[in-house]
Design a protein around this ligand. Structure first.
Ligand code: GNR
Ligand code: NI
Length: 167
């Protein structure tokens, strides 16, 4: 197991498109295990491979309080979306910033599991938010891009200041 370094906004590599996984082999399973360890350590409720600078379509999510409901999504495809919800979002790649984002209330996603078998996930509420947030990462999109230009400029300023303090 290994903790992986997480890219921080504004890093251009967060805007890379992730390629589909061709075969769910031991290398992909190791990546997913390391991502889960990194997510739990952070701590966060989800992590996309993009955030650890691996541009393959792999996501881990665990929204449970007990931290024992790990979901791994490989090559996720959005089959359906319904409704709308607004949730205050954060991101391990945008530390300390929390902003409201509007997303679908329910989504249906088809993905491969760690065994390489396809399955369908129906998600609502926070799980649906997290699935959409992570699928955005795989497409190189960060939640702050849904905010106004002014807010984006302010967030970049705050992160640059934080980086100077921690350096
Ligand atoms: O840990 C996380 N919390 C969170 C809260 C509200 C909406 C989305 C998220 S995902 C985030 C972890 C992360 O950055 N995943 O990409
Ligand atoms: Ni994120």
């Amino acid at each position: 197991m290994a903790l992986l370094p997480i890219l921080r906004y504004p890093d251009e590599r967060l805007h890379c498109q992730a390629a589909p996984v061709e075969r769910v082999d031991e290398e992909v399973r190791k990546l997913a295990r390391d991502m889960a360890e990194t997510m739990y350590a952070a701590p966060g409720i989800g992590l996309a491979a993009t955030q650890v600078n691996v541009h393959r379509q792999v996501i881990v999510i665990d929204i449970s309080e007990e931290r024992n409901r790990l979901v791994t999504l490989i090559n996720p495809e959005l089959l359906a979306r319904e409704g709308e919800q607004v949730c205050e979002e954060g991101c391990l790649s945008v530390p300390g910033i929390y902003e409201k984002v509007s997303r679908a209330e329910r989504v249906t996603v088809r993905a491969l599991g760690l065994d390489g078998e396809p399955f369908t996930l129906q998600a609502e509420g926070l799980l649906a938010v997290c699935v959409q947030h992570e699928m955005d990462h795989l497409q190189g999109r960060i939640f702050v891009e849904y905010l106004s230009r002014l807010k984006q400029v302010r967030i970049r300023g705050r992160l640059a200041k934080q980086a100077r303090i921690t350096a």
